[in-house]
Write a protein of this length. Sequence first.
Length: 598
Amino acid sequence: MKKKLLLLSLVPLLLTSCGGENPTEPAGPGGTTTDKSVVKYTVTFVNTDMPSVQIEEGKTLAKPSDPEKANYLFVGWFMDAAFTTEVQFPLTITKDTSIYANFYSYQNAFEKARDNTIGEKVPGYEYDYTLQVTANYSNIAFNGNTTGNAKYVAETNDVSFYDEHVNSGSLFYDGTKYQMKKGNELHEISLDEDGHVNSYEIKQVGADYKYDSSSFAKAVFEYDGKKLKEIKPTQTANEYLLKTGFNFSAGVALVGKYVNHPLIEKKLGELPETSVNTGMYVTFTGDKLNSYRYEMHIDVQGLQFHLVYSLGFKNIGVAPTIHTKDLANVAITESEIKSVKGEIDTYMNAYKSLERSSYDFKLKTGVDFSMTNEINATIDGFTRRKLTGGTVYYLNDYEIDTDHKNADLYKDAGLKDCHGGRAKLTTGEVHDLKNKAIGSGYNDVKTVTHDPIDDYYLLDFLPVLGKINFIQKIADSKSGTTTYSIGTNNTGVANILTTLNTALRLNALGECSKDVKAYGAFDSSSVQVRDFSYNIIVTNGALSKVELDLEGMMKTSFPGSKDFTAVSDAQFKLDFDLTITNDGANFEPAATVDKIRK
């Protein structure tokens, strides 16, 4: 009854604003009145419980207040029952008139607003978005933030979709990521905090690609009536809750795209869906979308995790100008990569052709089955070598400090930290060595078979990569350096790990009865790279430095260990730096082990 009283109270206002006189005087048949000088007509508000009103001929009807209907949204007033012609207020009355109130269900209203915002007939749009994540697990606090902008243009000769976002925080990889659609190719580029490319992938997509298909906003951009199960208003004006087919598992998969801690993602994947609170919220006014928000909240099994993704539309219906990031000197085609790789090979071969050469290196591996149980190995070392008649004579020295000797791995098997090396004598014999407790020489451990990897120990990973996705060439005229940043895929990284398993020789002195490998018996097909940086640096025309950093997830085990014999998900890491030195300028290979000096 309250609504009816309210609507009735509007009638005098409507009549007054329309210039009506003596509004209670009934109209006669055909619109005539008892006062033949005044003609009035009836205005009927169809599809509402609003009472009709009398308007003098030639006077106007102001726009009424929006009527209400349970579980529906008022769309507008129309001149016909088919809702084809909208009423233009103020409406001049010249005859008995019916105006029709049009209502949509919440879902229809959302779909109409979506179509007017990002539909096929829209020439373009733009949206800003943010992603904020906080987590606390095992008393360790994490956070991550993303700020981004995306643009879409319906017709373009070059780039039709462009997305740029910046990541920061302990949970995210610092740096900038770009997506741009050129024809049917989607270029996905990732830059580190220094602006260097660390990944570049090209994927084939459909002609209708116009948003980040792996975002939390699929409900807005993609879902049809089958996946949009329900939409209903919240307590906030113009805001609606979406119930969709987007489940928790899909949300966790997307978390993995952003989060720089695979074990947090793994922990999320182990939780039952009933332990997770999620929500999707959309706002729209009139016939266009305003914003969208996705939330995920977890507080169970020692994990507190909170994620909020927010998106806001702007410049709807306008074809934005797209300015793409200028990525100069990035080789991405097969011919470009071959050409730049040729330059790198020239520097590598020039270094390997030196009569005498040397470098220092430091390498740290990591395999983490849980956030409090990381297995590390650190190797500091140097090399000295002489090239004579096509034969490389060398001394490779290394100091090994490894967690693999701990009780849960190979402690009882005799593995120890050590300081030793491997040398090739003038006789052609190769010996494993142990640094003497006193003095600067070595004790002989055993004679071994020559391994070609020892000629230039850990210098060059390019031959094992296989696929190279890109090479970026960065020149610095002030320092005289040129940095070649090289990108690969999951298979390339798996090849590096396989090489390291053989080359690192954590059981260098043969004291352990087990086969000790830095990354265990990992499954190559399970390797998923999260971060990869491989830089070869040339200074003043000569090789000066090699840097390799990588991180990701894989399935691995350590056969023969105490606690890690079962194949399990693990995070892997590698930090490696190699610096060319002049320390080997006077190196001469020894004829016997007792003559070897550091």
